[in-house]
Ligand binder design. Structure first.
Ligand code: HEC
Length: 346
């Protein structure tokens, strides 16, 4: 269950990231995101490490600067360094292949894959993201870098080795092994297994926030199938109360309230719409990425989710989350960013 909470928490990180990315990306024109990504890694670091000391801000040997698209196109004393789409005709490519000049001068020739990347970049038209004016620089690249390197949500999924434990037979699933390993490390023994009645109660509270009904208990006790526990979990997750319980965690993170807070504490008009939207979303298994998208830009989706039964556009409601929680500066600053994003793309 902590897994769930962590997923919900990572939503915020993602929200921040996406918003910053959109505002940094700016207006609609310019290279496609794929091209930009390709430029940022590997092309930009490659040029920066191998060429800028002689073709950057400090030195311009051969009258050549390679630190902006315009300068690359203008080229040096022999003319344009790159002919977009044509690696064979591009001076820069010839130079790194050691066909004409031998660049980077006085250093090892670039690796085969580096040369190939440069060729591919030229072939793709030498895309180069528009540079933000230096004075507007916000330090976001460092922020992203640190975040994506350190935050667990950005690490690739991997299957770790199972830890060694002494009571191997206690562990019924691989996850148990991790729990047991920590217990043993702390010199603790696992608690005895819960009886059936306790189990139903716990599951019911965790999944629905409510005590089990008599029917829940009876069907669990009478279930003679091979997987009564799994079937109980399925039944509880199918309950409409599952969405109510789990939407509450999300609502907490969104600082949900029915008034704005502060001195005047105005009522928010219709906040229940957002609350009910979330409950429906949890109960109908809306994928996580879809829910995040709806929060950020539910009003701009090409194919919004339409709820035929209620005759409403669900996706739009996600965006109303920005109006919740007067006390939350973070959300307010996000919504300011978002307003800026939409103004830029108008
Ligand atoms: C240590 C300094 C140094 C480094 C590093 C270096 N260059 Fe050069 N580059 C030069 C010098 C000097 C010239 C002028 C050579 C000449 O005209 O004979 C030159 C010229 C060029 C030219 C021809 C410019 C023109 O219009 O005549 C190209 C293209 C070029 N370099 C590409 C690169 C690339 C690409 C890199 C990085 C992979 C690189 N250089 C790294 C020193 C350097």
């Amino acid at each position: 269950m902590t897994q769930y909470c962590r997923i919900i928490q990572s939503f915020f990180t993602l929200l921040l990231l996406l918003c910053h990315a959109t505002s940094a990306g700016g207006a609609a024109e310019g290279p496609a995101p794929k091209d930009m990504e390709f430029f940022e890694r590997p092309i930009r670091p490659l040029l920066a490490q191998n060429c800028y000391s002689c073709h950057g801000g400090d030195n311009q040997f051969g009258s050549l600067r390679l630190d902006s698209q315009a300068r690359v196109m203008k080229g040096g004393k022999s003319g344009p360094a790159v002919v977009p789409g044509k690696p064979e005709e591009s001076l820069l490519i010839k130079a790194v292949r050691h066909e004409t000049l031998q660049m980077p001068l006085g250093r090892n020739k670039l690796k085969g894959e580096e040369i190939a990347a440069l060729e591919e970049w030229v072939r793709a038209g030498a895309p180069w993201p528009e540079e933000a004016p230096a004075k507007l620089s916000t330090g976001y690249p460092d922020f992203y870098k640190k975040l994506t390197q350190e935050h667990w949500a950005f690490q690739p999924v991997r299957k770790p080795e199972l830890p060694n434990v002494s009571r191997v037979s206690w562990a019924r699933t691989p996850i148990d092994r991790f729990i047991l390993a920590s217990l043993e490390k702390a010199g603790l023994a696992p608690a005895p297994s819960a009886d059936k009645q306790t189990l139903v109660r716990r599951l019911s509270f965790v999944l629905t926030g409510l005590p089990p009904t008599v029917k829940d208990i009876e069907s669990f006790f009478q279930d003679r199938s091979a997987d009564p526990y799994e079937r109980l979990v399925d039944r509880l997750m199918a309950s409409p109360h599952f969405g109510e319980q789990w939407a509450r965690h999300w609502l907490d993170l969104m600082r949900f309230g029915e008034t704005h807070g502060y001195e005047w504490n105005y009522e928010i008009i219709g906040p229940w719409r957002y609350r009910d939207y979330l409950i429906r979303a949890f109960n109908s298994d809306v994928p996580y990425d879809q829910l995040v998208r709806e929060h950020i830009a539910g009003d701009l989706l090409q194919k919004p989710r339409i709820n035929l039964q209620e005759r409403i556009n669900e996706s739009v409601i996600g965006t109303t989350s920005f109006r919740l929680g007067g006390g939350s500066r973070r959300l307010h600053s996000i919504s300011r960013d978002r307003l800026r994003c939409s103004r830029q793309s108008d």
